[in-house]
Design a protein around this ligand. Structure first.
Ligand SMILES: [Fe+2]
Length: 388
């Protein structure tokens, strides 16, 4: 008898629009909601880049939506940020929520949706499937490739007092429609392209190595790894390379879809602490941590890491599983270096005196449960010290 635990639940996402010009397909779908109002949840950077204007133009031309813009989303969104959006949403009950941006915009919109359906409460719903009511429909338009939040059932919100990020996991958080139009990503600067791309890559790698991986999540994860290894360097080297942008938009969706069911691992568990403690970009934290955590995880996922080496085009035929697994870690370290990511935690401002808190809180993060190696506090401490 095979391992039947591999045939586990899968969490999908209803409609995702891909390709150059995908945004123009959106109004046709929006009409089905028969809403006449919407709140567009975005940030000042997306407005300044002219992307919000472009989206509003398409919405105005093709549908009768009356759109209110909330442009106060911050990076690593807080409860307070979502509460401000909720105040605006309250004035337009029944409105659709449209998020436009990267993971921060989508996560903030998810939190606004939770508040809209539950009289402003948010932290009561940390955990798995804790929501009491369905949320206003969310349409998520991506400008990065990406966090995968435009398709996931996760909302990651910073708890300012606790200086950590808390995760709401609920199938009702899943956006109804996701838009991944590479023409909205083409102006993203190389550094942000690299950070968000490495986040997507980390989703795929951690999902593939996850204890909850399934045949469906594996298929998505492996294709995401292959595409990102090939196209992220190109998207960083030349932002206007539309083939690379389109491949990245698709690959990050696959990475998100893989981790939506399989979960992530210790990289994310620690990255959530670094984000909460230092307000650092999420993808940057993952990019720095990934090779160090994989070196530690190697014992628990040697076969699968070895397969990643093959997928990434490393010629390791005839070598031992152990050597092929090490090759994968090397290739992943080189990918981060190639796209300009720092190699050590000290370089992004992580302080040694904070490491005990980081290690302790990482073990409380739900991402740790699917890590291929069961980690202890002292082991996480050792990884952090090595990576400093
Ligand atoms: Fe992530």
């Amino acid at each position: 008898m095979g391992d039947m635990t591999r045939y586990a639940d899968f969490f999908g996402q209803p409609v995702s629009l891909f390709g150059v010009g995908a945004l123009r397909k959106l109004p046709g779908y929006l009409r089905a909601f028969s809403a006449n109002r919407a709140v567009l949840c975005t940030d000042t950077g997306v407005v300044a880049a002219g992307i919000a204007g472009e989206v509003l133009k398409v919405l105005n031309e093709a549908s009768k939506l009356d759109v209110t813009v909330f442009d106060e989303v911050v990076a690593n969104p807080t409860e307070e940020c979502a509460a401000r959006g909720y105040e605006l949403y309250k004035a337009t009950p029944g409105a659709l929520l449209i998020s436009l941006g990267g993971g921060s915009a989508h996560d903030a919109a998810k939190a606004i949706g939770v508040m809209a359906a539950h009289d402003g409460a948010l932290w009561d719903f940390v955990g798995v499937n804790k929501l009491k009511r369905s949320l206003p429909p969310l349409i998520a338009i991506n400008t990065t490739a990406g966090t995968g939040s435009e398709l996931t059932r996760f909302a990651v919100i910073t708890h300012v007092a606790k200086r950590t990020k808390l995760t709401l996991v609920d199938w009702r958080l899943t956006p109804r429609i996701a838009v991944n139009d590479p023409s909205l990503m083409v102006t993203l600067p190389p550094e942000l392209t690299a950070q968000t791309g490495m986040d997507a890559f980390t989703h795929a790698v951690e999902a593939y190595l996850s204890r909850s991986a399934t045949p469906l999540s594996d298929a998505c994860a492996l294709e995401a790894i292959r595409l990102i290894a090939e196209y992220l360097p190109r998207a960083v080297a030349h932002g206007a390379d539309m083939e690379a942008r389109a491949a990245m938009a698709y690959a990050q969706y696959l990475g998100g879809l893989a981790c939506n069911s399989a979960g992530v691992g210790a990289v994310h568990a620690v990255a959530h602490q670094l984000g909460g403690l230092y307000n650092l970009p999420h993808g940057l934290c993952n990019a720095v941590l990934l090779p160090w955590v994989l070196e530690y995880n190697l014992l628990g996922c040697m076969e699968r890491l070895a397969e990643i080496a093959t997928i990434m085009g490393e010629d390791a035929a005839g070598k031992s599983t152990r050597l092929r697994a090490e090759k994968a870690v090397e290739a992943i370290r080189a990918l981060g270096r190639d796209v300009g990511m720092p190699q050590r935690l000290g370089a992004i401002g992580v302080k040694e005196e904070d490491c005990p808190t980081i290690a302790r809180q990482a073990l409380e993060d739900p991402a740790i449960f699917t890590n291929p190696r069961r980690a202890t506090e002292s082991e996480i401490m050792a990884v952090l010290r090595k990576a400093l």
